[in-house]
Design a protein around this ligand. Structure first.
Ligand SMILES: Cc1cc2nc3c(=O)[nH]c(=O)nc-3n(C[C@H](O)[C@H](O)[C@H](O)COP(=O)(O)OP(=O)(O)OC[C@H]3O[C@@H](n4cnc5c(N)ncnc54)[C@H](O)[C@@H]3O)c2cc1C
Length: 476
């Protein structure tokens, strides 16, 4: 790294925002996945868009890599500074700049967390709701949208990049780009009818610019909300039931979790054993309405479809309302309200967490669930699996999760090996890993259309001719 950068940044931002002590550098070197750590040279704590502009102008002049980061929980190693340079921490830019209740949008900075949004809306705009993932509450909304994440309204509204109305982005040369209605100072309630410039920053892992403001969609809160749980003993029947149910378009969210996920909630570290009498997975679903009669009729439809499957020999326990479940077992309160912290995935003895999370066709859910379970068991790991339909069933999520010991090299290798086997299986089935780690791009390079690769690389080069933005990621 060009050593001039430190003094140049201190001159522009002040000493307090530029750190290179050993503890800070260690903190930003890696994440909780098996992806190897990098070696950052400096960490800059940005407070304002001007700070980001100053960093990029100097880094561009001196050809120093810049890695934007918020909470670094993407689980793909995407904010690991693999080529060193400046880690640009955006967590201090955490202002909710506007919530427009009538036009249903919020303008936020990159450091705003799910918890910030939830508390702010509850207090100031209880008529509006937002979509929450299973990510820890103190992680970033804006990076999640840029990575096209998934949340508890994704069954209705798709993945998160669809909910972006407009952006303000600091380009690698320091210029500020405004997209959508931001471009002329209008109300950022949609990105139509403008060219979709947001697409240059979604799925690009911070390699094309640093987003400093985003307008995101909000939706009307409903008076009555219900979350129910179902224990299921057969994969085919469960997914059949789910596919039938989503075609009724009554659920806000629907998800299935394999049994080991539940066992981990109850305190087991890596539960590989399943008693044949135990369920294979449990499903949860949310539905809501402003009218009680509507809520009741939704429940009737769920019961009716369930009965059809029971008549065919399927066995389910439930549905149970979440409140009843919590009364029986208080540890289920983790699933009562989102955002929530799934501490059993984070605070276990090994500290490591990784996954292959994929988007693909729901028609292959059953096969992916079963093959993934076999692969994980073959590696001696519990099949911790999440499956969720998205956007009315147009596609779905299959995610295979591994907890491991970050300090044990052999365990890290095992986590990497199972991820590769799972990804091979998933890609062959027609699923592709989201929040895509570099190893995935490399592994399936030969399957990617060469023109796709060339266009992606040309976009990156046009936006960032010096190649300073998050180098080592999204390299095709
Ligand atoms: C237990 C657990 C459960 C999770 N569940 C879910 C889930 O249900 N759904 C889901 O979608 N995700 C989930 N996640 C993943 C992750 O927590 C979320 O996606 C989170 O919102 C990401 O925010 P972050 O602040 O950690 O982003 P970071 O990891 O800091 O950043 C992500 C990427 O965006 C880039 N970036 C960050 N800020 C900017 C910016 N301003 N401009 C340009 N690029 C930028 C970074 O360089 C990096 O490439 C989960 C994670 C954990 C640990």
């Amino acid at each position: 790294m060009n050593p001039e950068i430190k003094d140049a940044l201190i001159r522009k931002l002040g000493k307090d925002k530029v750190k290179d002590d050993a503890e800070t550098l260690r903190q930003f070197a890696g994440d909780i996945t098996e992806n190897p750590d990098g070696k950052p040279d400096l960490v800059v704590f940005a407070g304002f868009a001007e700070d980001v502009q100053n960093v990029l102008v100097e880094a561009n002049r001196l050809k120093v890599p810049v890695v934007p980061v918020m909470a670094n929980t993407n689980l793909g190693g995407l904010a690991v500074p693999v080529k060193g340079g400046v880690v640009l921490n955006l967590s201090g830019m955490n202002r909710i700049l506007e919530v427009n209740e009538e036009d249903q949008y919020a303008q936020i900075e990159p450091g705003v967390t799910w918890e910030d949004m939830s508390e702010y809306l509850l207090k100031n705009h209880p008529k509006l709701r937002f979509a929450y993932p299973l990510s820890p509450p103190d992680t970033g909304v804006l990076p999640n949208f840029l990575m096209d994440g998934l949340a508890n309204l994704s069954l209705r509204h798709g993945s998160a990049s669809h909910w972006i109305n407009g952006l303000e982005v600091v380009l690698p040369n320091g210029e500020l780009l405004k997209t959508g209605h931001f471009a002329y100072g209008g109300l950022p309630c949609t990105r139509s009818p403008f060219p979709n410039l947001e697409g240059i920053f979604c799925g690009f892992a911070g390699t094309t610019g640093v987003v400093v403001k985003m307008s995101v969609q909000l939706w009307p809160e409903k008076k009555h909300r219900q979350r129910i749980f179902l224990m299921a003993y057969d994969v085919d029947h469960t997914f059949g039931f789910i596919k039938d149910l989503i075609r009724e378009e009554i659920a806000d969210d629907l998800g299935t979790l394999s049994l080991p996920t539940g066992k981990m909630l109850f305190g087991e570290y890596r539960p590989v054993y399943r008693d044949p009498a135990e369920p294979v997975l449990f499903a949860y679903m949310d539905y809501s309405s402003n009218f009680e009669f509507d809520l009741k009729s939704k429940r009737k439809i769920i019961d009716e479809i369930l009965q059809r499957y029971r008549d065919r020999g399927a066995y389910f326990d439930g549905p149970l309302d979440i409140e009843d479940l919590v009364r029986l077992e208080p540890r289920f309160s983790k699933f009562t309200n989102f955002p929530t912290r799934l501490d059993f995935l984070l605070d276990h003895p090994g500290g490591g967490l990784t996954w292959v999370g994929t988007y693909g066709p729901m028609s292959r859910f059953e096969e992916g669930f079963k093959k993934g379970s076999e692969i994980m068991l073959r590696h001696g790991l519990p099949p911790v699996i999440v499956a969720r339909p998205m956007q009315g069933g147009h596609f779905g999520v299959l995610r295979w999760i591994t907890v491991f010991d970050l300090k044990d090299e052999q365990d890290c290798r095992k986590a990497a090996a199972v991820n590769r086997d799972l990804a091979d299986m998933a890609v062959n089935l027609g699923f592709f890993p989201y929040k895509t780690p570099q190893w995935v791009w490399e592994r399936y390079q030969d399957r990617l259309d060469p023109t796709f690769c060339r266009v992606v690389m040309n976009i990156k080069k046009t936006m960032d001719p010096q190649g300073i933005m998050n180098p080592g990621h999204l390299e095709l």
